[in-house]
Design a protein around this ligand. Sequence first.
Ligand code: XIL
Length: 299
Amino acid sequence: ESTLGAAAAQSGRYFGVAIAANRLSDSTYASIANREFNSVTAENEMKIDATEPQRGQFNFTNADRIYNWAVQNGKEVRGHTLAWHSQQPGWMQSLGGSALRQAMIDHINGVMAHYKGKIAQWDVVNEAFADGNSGARRDSNLERSGSDWIEVAFRTARAADPSAKLCYNDYNVENWTWAKTQAMYRMVKDFKQRGVPIDCVGFQSHFNSGSPYNSNFRTTLQEFAALGVDVAITELDIQGASPTTYAAVVNDCLAVSRCLGVTVWGVRDMDSWRSGDTPLLFNNDGSKKQAYSAVLNAL
Ligand code: XIL
């Protein structure tokens, strides 16, 4: 196959990309994105601050620009993200307790109703665990609203759109030996045992010198899949874009039948949230990097 999306489709998977609405008017950007990828995630436009800037007033202008572009070009959409400590609008940042709980529920219902039946996977909850060795939850206004906030989010999401796969998504959870990975594993195992609706786990996979790729990532993917959830690589970027590391990540997904696909977090290096790391598959002039060929050959 000659594109990433078509190559991934040979094994029933997708190869996706994060899209920024304001870059779609850049023809180099849009033509690469359309040619190479068959799944799309909004880099920022479906987040809480973008979709509910004032309480109860939803705005899907930029989210729909991405959604409509994706669907018109035959791509599936990953929804990102409904409940998160970051990129909350000001009104939500200042809430706590039962008022925040209700606001979270209303937000999930409002956004999922707009896209009901249209989203392949939703990142229902993003980044709820703390970094480091504690294995604890991250402190946030959501966590302080009651530690059952994650399962409330998932139950709300299932009722709002039963057709979407519901994912928990996080970073620094790729290395099987890390405490954060084990804490996330215990949560997913508990949810499956108690019937909390969860369908998938997203591994962001922002690899850099402080959080490097480790070959035990494949074990991680296998262990989560064995709990009865799908897994996905949701925000892949690799500092320096080592071709061998990119190929290893792709091979880890291909080795796990429940790995749905891979999403890279941007098109060209200049589009990356970490552009200084030159972590992506395309040069700024739109040409393919060595990492691109390594990924295509691995698929
Ligand atoms: C990042 C975007 O790429 C940036 O444009 C934005 O300024 C901050 O958020 N984990 C996530 C993503 O789940 O939503 C983040 O995206 C990167 C880390």
